[in-house]
Each structure stands twice: as structure tokens, then as C-alpha cells.
Design a binder for this molecule. Structure first.
Ligand SMILES: Nc1nc2c(ncn2[C@@H]2O[C@H](COP(=O)(O)OP(=O)(O)OP(=O)(O)O)[C@@H](O)[C@H]2O)c(=O)[nH]1
Length: 379
């Protein structure tokens, strides 16, 4: 089930965010970031004027403009064709790029994009998800969150949030906005960006799905440990201090009258290695019952009988192949799993996660593999 070969697939970043949050401004800076390598940008032309495209094309030849209007309507075939053709050109030596950024303006739901990346036979062998980056502007962001559930989604799915336009509001307003973002998604790291400026390399390498990932990287990715100093902070003067997520709250998020309460998150730590069959049972059941509403699942899993843990993640029902952490040297066998979902409550998610603590008993075998004491998931 795991990817254990050296992963030389091209990393793909989904760049999403609120309307007018500064995605194009950021992209223009990004393609000049020497640490980013050569970037192929895929974007949809949304609206009448392909302004984004014009701006970006000036700076890079590796920009692809999707043919049709709204990316979500045509995503499967258009994106798959685009990704295949990019790869074909790369192999022929016509195009050189080290990573792909897909700008997903106007998309509430990246499921189809991820499906194309991860499941399509002709693209999946060549690309891997590097992370979801969501831009949220501190100026209009609070109102956007109030009025658009899509924006709340985008925050909930992020691996990294870039808080923009902090120059337009007071530090207090920025802090309030960030507290709200944290309430929706405590696992994502946050950085600030003014006028598209970001610390070099800040947007990439977000996923912990690589064999050489460190324990610290995994903890940061899962947002399960107390804050540590950000190695990027101070490089540009743009990364705020104290912007790392606090430990994931186990209660339902809330406190706002609009959409935030529709997002819930929960996490679990299981100290003893988990039997593979228990994990599969938990995941199959959760996906069957809540698949479309699962925004993120991620974790580190110690499987009974195996020396090295796996890191895994999924968005909705779509999962990248888990990656075995070859660099693991510790004796800690604690598995950690985080789930963020919409239209459910944290209690239900937590009850679901508690399944991971269960163990088969001899009686279970005698009763045809039915699990004694099975948790009923209260969705
Ligand atoms: N004051 C300020 N303005 C910004 C900042 N970032 C972007 N802008 C401005 O905000 C406006 C929108 O920026 P864009 O980069 O076009 O935003 P976008 O997210 O690509 O917009 P859409 O594609 O229409 O959703 C532009 O006028 C930018 O110059 C910032 O940090 N501070």
C-alpha cells in the first residue's frame, strides 16, 4: 500500500484563496523565487479578461491557460490533458520545470483536481501533491468568511495559509482574523505576505509525505505539538512570530454566527501500534459515511508488526499513497491522526477516531470477524 521508492514525481501545489486576496500578486513574486525552482503555472481564465494570464506570461513561458471558463466544470479532462501535455513536453526537452502550481480561483472543492492528480492513470505516476496553499486577506477576509462557505472550505483544507493585506488593517484586526482562521483550521501553518512578498521557499515542501521527513516536520504538519520558532521567520521580516498552530483543539470550532461552525476538527493519539485491519476498518467506515464532507485527514501511523511508521493524507475520499518514514529512528510508537470535516460535529469525529483504540479479540474471530464493542459513529 505504500510508496517506498524514491519519489521523483513533480510536486504540485494548489494555490487557492479568497477573491482578490492577492493570488496573482503572490504568483508573480513566486516565479522569481530562486528557491522555488522552475515553476509551471496552470490557471483558469475566469471572467472576461485573462488578466492573470497576461501578467504571469510576461514572467514565465511555462504558463498554461486552461481553455474553458470555470475550472471546476471542465477540470477532469482539461486538467488531465494539460498535465499530460506538460509532462510530454518536459520529457521531450521542450519545457523545463521542477514543480507545478495550479491556481484554483473560483473553486470551492479541489476534489476533482486531486482526483485527476492522484487517480488518473496517465498523470498519477508523474505528479504528487505538495500542498494546498490558501490566501486569505485580512482586509475583506472576515466578511468573506461570513458570506461564503467556499472561503471557509478553502481555509479548512489548507496546509499553509498566507494572510495578505495586513498593511490595510490594524495589528489587532489581524490577530482577530488569525484567531478565526485558527478556529477553522488549527493544523495549517500561517505566514503573512504584504504585496505578494514571501520568505524564499515558504510555499513548498508542505506535505510530510516523503521518506526522509523528520519527526519535527510531521509534528508541524499535523499541528499537534506546541509552537516552535519558525526557521523561516526573520529571513524576510515578513513571517510573523507566534504564527504556528497551537495543538489541535478537540472541540468543535465555533463562536461565529455564520459558517465557521459547520467545520469541525478532532485528533487522536494512540500509543500502541495499530493493527492494519483496525485502521482500514476505521477509514473505510469514515469515508463511506462522511466521505464528501471530509476536508482533510492526515496523520502518522504506526502499524502493528512494522518497524517504520507511515505518513498519510487525504482530501475528501482521495488519498495519496502513504509513505513510509525511512528516516524514523525513534522508539515512540504513537500514531497521530487529525480529521477536519464539514457539517458534522467534533464529538462524532472523535467517536470515529476512537475506533483506532479498539483491538480485535479472540471472540471477534469466533464471530466471523465482527468487532466486539464496535463504536457506532454518530453522524
Ligand atoms: N494593500 C495591499 N494590496 C494588495 C496586497 N496584495 C495584493 N494587493 C492588491 O490587491 C488587488 C488584488 O490582487 P490580485 O493579486 O489581483 O488578487 P487575486 O487573488 O489574484 O484576484 P482574483 O484573481 O480576482 O481573485 C491588487 O490591486 C493588488 O495590488 C497587499 O498585501 N496589500
Amino acid at each position: 500500500m505504500a510508496t517506498d521508492i524514491t519519489d521523483d514525481r513533480v510536486p504540485v501545489t494548489l494555490l487557492t484563496g479568497f477573491l482578490g486576496a492577492g493570488k496573482t500578486t503572490l504568483l508573480n513574486n513566486l516565479i522569481r523565487d530562486p528557491e522555488a525552482g522552475r515553476i509551471a503555472v496552470i490557471m483558469n481564465e475566469f471572467g472576461d479578461v485573462g488578466l492573470d494570464h497576461d501578467l504571469i506570461e510576461e514572467a514565465t513561458e511555462e504558463t498554461v491557460l486552461m481553455q474553458s471558463g470555470c475550472i471546476c466544470c471542465s477540470i477532469r479532462s482539461d486538467l488531465a490533458n494539460t498535465m499530460r501535455s506538460l509532462m510530454a513536453k518536459r520529457k521531450r526537452g521542450d519545457l523545463a520545470f521542477d514543480r507545478v502550481v495550479i491556481e484554483t480561483t473560483g473553486i470551492a472543492d479541489p476534489g476533482p483536481i486531486l482526483h485527476t492528480l492522484v487517480v488518473d492513470d496517465l498523470t498519477a505516476p508523474f505528479y504528487r501533491m505538495d500542498g494546498v496553499v490558501t490566501l486569505a486577506d485580512a482586509a475583506l477576509g472576515p466578511r468573506t468568511l461570513d458570506t461564503q462557505f467556499e472561503a471557509v472550505h478553502q481555509v479548512a483544507m489548507a496546509d499553509l495559509m498566507v494572510v495578505t493585506k495586513t498593511d490595510l488593517v490594524t495589528p489587532r484586526e489581524v490577530a482577530q482574523f488569525e484567531a478565526r482562521l485558527e478556529g477553522i483550521n488549527a493544523t495549517a501553518r500561517r505566514i503573512h505576505s504584504e504585496r505578494g512578498r514571501i520568505a524564499p521557499g515558504a510555499l513548498f515542501g508542505l506535505s510530510a509525505l516523503r521518506p526522509s521527513v523528520t519527526t519535527d516536520d510531521i509534528s508541524e504538519w499535523l499541528g499537534v505539538e506546541p509552537s516552535k520558532p519558525d526557521p523561516l521567520s526573520g529571513l524576510s521580516g515578513l513571517t510573523p512570530t507566534g504564527a504556528k498552530p497551537a495543538p489541535l483543539p478537540l472541540q468543535q470550532t465555533g463562536g461565529h454566527a455564520h459558517h465557521d461552525h459547520r467545520i469541525a476538527s478532532a485528533s487522536i493519539e494512540v500509543e500502541e501500534p495499530i493493527p492494519a485491519s483496525i485502521f482500514d476498518f476505521w477509514l473505510d467506515t469514515l469515508i463511506a459515511l462522511k466521505g464528501p464532507d471530509i476536508l482533510r485527514i492526515k496523520g502518522i501511523l504506526h502499524v502493528e508488526g512494522l518497524d517504520l511508521p507511515f505518513v498519510f493524507h487525504g482530501v475528501q475520499h482521495i488519498f495519496d499513497a502513504p509513505v513510509q518514514v525511512r528516516s524514523w529512528s525513534g522508539t515512540d510508537t504513537t500514531s497521530r491522526v487529525v480529521v477536519i470535516a464539514r457539517d458534522t460535529d467534533a464529538k462524532g469525529l472523535k467517536a470515529s477516531l476512537d475506533t483506532l483504540r479498539m483491538r480485535w479479540t479472540d471472540d471477534d474471530a469466533a464471530t466471523d470477524g465482527m468487532m466486539a464493542d464496535t463504536t457506532e459513529m454518530p453522524f
